[in-house]
Design a protein around this ligand. Structure first.
Ligand SMILES: *[C@@H]1O[C@H](CO)[C@@H](O)[C@H](O)[C@H]1NC(C)=O
Ligand SMILES: *[C@@H]1O[C@H](CO)[C@@H](O)[C@H](O)[C@H]1NC(C)=O
Ligand SMILES: *[C@@H]1O[C@H](CO)[C@@H](O)[C@H](O)[C@H]1NC(C)=O
Ligand SMILES: *[C@@H]1O[C@H](CO)[C@@H](O)[C@H](O)[C@H]1NC(C)=O
Ligand SMILES: *[C@@H]1O[C@H](CO)[C@@H](O)[C@H](O)[C@H]1NC(C)=O
Ligand SMILES: *[C@@H]1O[C@H](CO)[C@@H](O)[C@H](O)[C@H]1NC(C)=O
Ligand SMILES: *[C@@H]1O[C@H](CO)[C@@H](O)[C@H](O)[C@H]1NC(C)=O
Ligand SMILES: *[C@@H]1O[C@H](CO)[C@@H](O)[C@H](O)[C@H]1NC(C)=O
Ligand SMILES: *[C@@H]1O[C@H](CO)[C@@H](O)[C@H](O)[C@H]1NC(C)=O
Ligand SMILES: *[C@@H]1O[C@H](CO)[C@@H](O)[C@H](O)[C@H]1NC(C)=O
Ligand SMILES: *[C@@H]1O[C@H](CO)[C@@H](O)[C@H](O)[C@H]1NC(C)=O
Ligand SMILES: *[C@@H]1O[C@H](CO)[C@@H](O)[C@H](O)[C@H]1NC(C)=O
Length: 755
């Protein structure tokens, strides 16, 4: 057994504390992101259909069995179906309604033959909304019936005749060529039958078919030309369906606190006929009332512009008033805000004297104020110089002058320039906030858009290293690393100016429900390869090895061509070439953090390899790195993934969006690589260069299904076996930084030779 000394215990305790802090930070960041629609970890979209909780695709994702949505991935885009039925869902809203497709019944004739089909629809829990839907029949020799059970039998229908199709007028459904009737309340099932009086003989060939269907009111507008063809046989009509939770009223449901569906900031509403209830966010709140924290306060000050005064957002409401010195009610539709308009016509001389002297006094005051202002300006300018010194401005200037001609776009910005560019660091300019600082969007005087990072490194002892870091980042000129354009040292905390990347983070594309499309596997693999190349470059090709320390999806940006750009070097550390590893305070993001580094605080480039392995897993599975929906032992993606791989159950966890018949082998290879990257012992992990190499090779792998032959396994082993020895004896860190250039090493595997 291990015998832990006091110091070791202390170390472990502090590591745990650190982990807790990082974790809290993680939770806070998550909370600030866009409101969720589905339960955490649940599929929130199927094709074009957003699936809000209480609906879900199985397991705990749906509140009860009735709220199951089946996503059939054989269609492109995928189609959502209600439960296990063939009823296709078009749209689900959290306010108690959803829309499905229904079909029409038809009854078609030629002189000798009748071809008919009666449509039948069956819902199990929900009912058809009788206000929003209507029953319609069209035909010139038609009587159509809609019937079913609703406690007792019900039936209704209508009749439509016409002598000559030219009598029919468009848009009118009143019995000539078309008829309509409403359906009863609470209908859960119906079937539609159509019959004719004379087998259409009098109206052939003008009107061969009768059709009848239930559809949303404004979704079908009758046109005389509909009588001519048989084109409604395959047409589908949207129907609005009401849904409720359970079968009890709010009052009864509330007693069962454990299963009560309405969460905070929401009201419970009884359904009309007392069967079940639904939930609604309080006034002034919006979101999904069925999710914890789902109903979020609406920021009326941002969404409404009817306030012309000072708008203050309050929980559930807001306050509009005029700033001090103004009068009026503050509303644009009201009196707005204006300066008090004193009556000047009847002014006594006394008032004039008072006015005169107060103007004189004001002048004096102004003088004093401007004097103070000037003094303050001088103070500020002194302060700026001090900051410039403190932040190593002189050092940087020297460094820059030494290296003149290295990169011409090197620039030291002034504080004013950046203040102007960010509209004085206005909230609306914030692009993101992280552990290392805040990033603002800035527009420079020459209209260039840049990202400005206000870092929180303000420790004088770190100045030299900070300058060093800026210098190194200046030198980095890699197409997959966000380019540093300049910096500003005149402020208390140094500011960094980067190129602006337009297309958001990979995290956003992979995990955001609103992301317009799913990243296909080819793109994911390319992004992974590019990221690996960038890291390999940082580790080995740059003149001093750089460890990024915070590799995660949120730090990989995408430009307009979806090219990956590694960003956020706030935590990065330089490793002087005479040291293989350095001791640092453990820093990083929970879930991506190298456990070995966490325990030893010894930083090597293998920590980045670990984080990158987790990134690969995230790309493969589309799952978040930490997820409370998963059971305890599988909460952390890296552990979960490795354990599934051990049991040979990779397919269980793969993102259905990436898997197809042709890329199974490729996915397996990437998964194996990811597992190697997250090995507990750093020295057993491959180097970033090897990872980049392998990924580039896999990318070049031809896409044919070679899954069936056993040969495939040997083949890929051969391919992967190019550097077998290096894995085992551990790449010694001393070899780092020498002779590697991942960029010039674009690998093209000799596949012909391998086969
Ligand atoms: C969700 O639906 C599935 C399939 O009907 C069912 O097995 C599961 O129990 C449902 N979930 C809940 C929480 O009832
Ligand atoms: C998906 O749709 C296809 C084609 O209609 C069907 O063959 C298949 O059984 C469906 N899959 C599921 C899971 O319902
Ligand atoms: C679904 O309904 C919501 C709200 O009713 C609407 O904003 C959205 O456009 C609809 N989506 C589709 C695909 O009909
Ligand atoms: C009527 O329809 C049937 C079946 O489609 C076809 O076999 C027959 O030839 C048609 N008769 C005429 C007169 O068009
Ligand atoms: C009846 O109509 C359906 C749908 O158009 C068609 O598939 C079927 O062949 C028709 N039957 C006959 C006997 O023509
Ligand atoms: C339609 O519904 C009625 C009443 O439920 C039933 O008698 C009839 O058999 C049904 N017809 C079809 C074709 O399902
Ligand atoms: C329908 O009316 C048009 C014009 O009113 C006429 O030319 C045509 O013969 C009529 N068709 C029948 C079948 O009566
Ligand atoms: C009815 O609408 C159709 C197209 O929807 C058009 O071709 C036809 O001319 C219209 N008829 C009348 C009488 O307006
Ligand atoms: C409606 O018709 C389409 C084809 O016309 C068919 O694929 C679908 O299954 C039908 N839907 C129902 C609910 O019968
Ligand atoms: C209420 O609706 C349910 C189906 O949602 C139905 O079974 C029940 O008979 C209805 N009750 C009344 C009083 O209409
Ligand atoms: C102006 O509009 C706001 C909200 O739309 C309303 O609360 C207020 O009463 C209106 N004021 C007047 C004077 O109509
Ligand atoms: C809104 O405010 C602006 C200045 O803040 C003022 O010029 C304008 O007259 C105000 N509008 C109304 C309707 O009060």
């Amino acid at each position: 057994m291990y015998n832990l000394g006091n110091t070791a215990m202390g170390l472990i305790r502090s590591v745990l504390l650190m982990q807790l802090m990082i974790f809290l930070n993680f939770i806070l960041t998550v909370k600030a992101s866009t409101p969720a629609v589905a339960k955490p970890g649940c599929q929130s979209r199927c094709g074009d259909v957003i699936i809000p909780y209480p609906f879900g695709t199985g397991g705990d994702c749906n509140i009860t069995e009735q709220f199951l949505i089946t996503c059939n991935t054989s269609y492109i885009p995928n189609k959502a179906f209600l439960g296990n039925s063939n009823l296709e869902v078009i749209n689900i809203s959290t306010d108690g309604q959803l829309r499905i497709f229904s079909n029409a019944s038809y009854d078609c004739y030629n002189t000798s033959y009748r071809n008919w089909s009666y449509y039948r629809l069956q819902l199990y829990k929900f009912s058809i909304n009788n206000n929003k839907n209507k029953f319609t029949a069209i035909g010139c020799d038609t009587y159509a019936r809609v019937e079913g059970y609703l406690g007792q039998r019900y039936a209704t229908g209508c009749l439509s005749l016409c002598n000559n199709i030219t009598d029919v007028s468009n848009g009118s459904c009143s019995g000539i060529g078309c008829c309509q009737t409403s359906i009863p309340k609470g209908v859960m099932s119906y079937n539609i039958t159509i019959e004719s009086y004379e087998n259409h003989v009098d109206v052939l060939p003008e009107n061969p078919c009768s059709f009848a269907f239930v559809a949303e009111n404004d979704n079908y507008i009758f046109s005389a030309s509909d009588l001519r063809g048989s084109n409604f046989k395959d047409k589908q009509f949207p129907v609005t369906v009401d849904w409720t939770i359970g079968t009890t009223s709010c009052k009864e449901a509330k007693m069962d606190t454990k299963n009560f569906a309405c969460q905070e900031n929401s009201n419970c509403v009884d359904s009309e006929n007392n069967s079940g209830y639904f939930c609604k966010c309080f006034k002034g709140y919006e979101g999904n009332p069925y999710l914890p924290n789902g109903c979020q306060d609406i920021n009326e000050c941002e969404t409404m512009s009817s306030c012309n005064g000072t708008c203050i957002n309050l929980p559930g409401t807001f306050n509009c008033s005029c700033p001090g010195g103004y009068e009026g009610d503050g509303w644009k539709n009201g009196t707005g805000c204006s300066l008090p308009n004193r009556d000047k016509s009847k002014r006594s001389p006394l008032i004039d004297i008072a006015l005169g002297s107060s103007i004189g006094f004001l002048g004096l005051l102004l003088g004093i104020v401007s004097l103070c202002w000037m003094l303050r300006q001088r103070q500020i300018s002194k302060l700026k110089d001090a900051y410039f010194l403190q932040n190593g401005g002189i050092l940087l200037r020297e460094e820059l002058s030494k290296r003149q001609g290295y990169r011409e776009d090197v620039k030291v910005f002034t504080a004013e320039e950046l203040e102007k560019a960010t509209n004085n660091y206005h909230e609306s300019r914030i692009l993101g906030q992280g552990g290392q600082g805040t990033v603002y969007k800035g527009i420079l005087a020459d209209n260039r858009i840049v990202a400005i990072k206000k870092s929180i490194i303000g420790d004088p002892s770190q100045v030299e290293q900070f300058i060093n870091e800026i210098m190194v980042l200046y030198q980095i000129n890699h197409k997959n690393v966000v380019k540093l354009l300049g910096c500003c040292l005149e402020t208390q905390v140094p500011l960094l100016v980067y190129e602006y990347i337009t297309n958001g983070t990979v995290f956003h594309h992979l995990h955001n429900d609103d992301a317009a499309f799913h990243l296909p596997w080819e793109t994911r693999l390319r992004i992974a390869t590019e990221t690996a190349e960038a890291l390999s470059y940082l580790h080995s090709a740059a003149s001093i090895p750089i460890i990024h320390r915070d590799i995660k999806l949120a730090n990989i940006l995408l430009d307009e061509n979806h090219t990956a750009k590694v960003s956020d070097f706030g935590a990065s550390r330089l490793i002087p070439s005479d040291q293989a590893q350095i001791t640092t305070i453990v820093q990083g993001t929970f879930g991506y953090l190298d456990p070995e580094y966490m325990l030893t605080s010894l930083l090597t480039e293998k920590s980045d390899v670990y984080s990158f392995g987790v990134v690969l897993m995230e790309m493969l599975t589309g799952q978040k790195v930490v997820c409370f929906k998963r059971s305890e032992e599988s909460r952390v993606l890296a552990m979960y993934f490795v354990s599934l791989m051990k049991e040979n159950r990779l397919l269980d966890i793969l993102d259905p969006w990436v898997l197809n018949d042709e890329n199974v082998e490729q996915l397996k290879e990437v998964a194996t690589l990811a597992c190697r990257c997250v090995r507990v012992k750093g020295e057993e992990r491959p180097t970033m260069k090897e990872v980049a190499h392998e990924l580039a090779g896999l990318q070049a792998m031809p896409k044919h299904p070679w899954s069936k032959s056993n040969l495939a396994g040997e083949e890929s082993e051969y391919l992967l076996g190019k550097f077998p020895s290096t894995y085992d004896d551990g790449v010694t860190s001393s070899s780092m930084g020498m002779g590697y250039d991942s960029i010039n090493n674009k690998i093209t595997f000799e596949l012909e030779g391998a086969r």
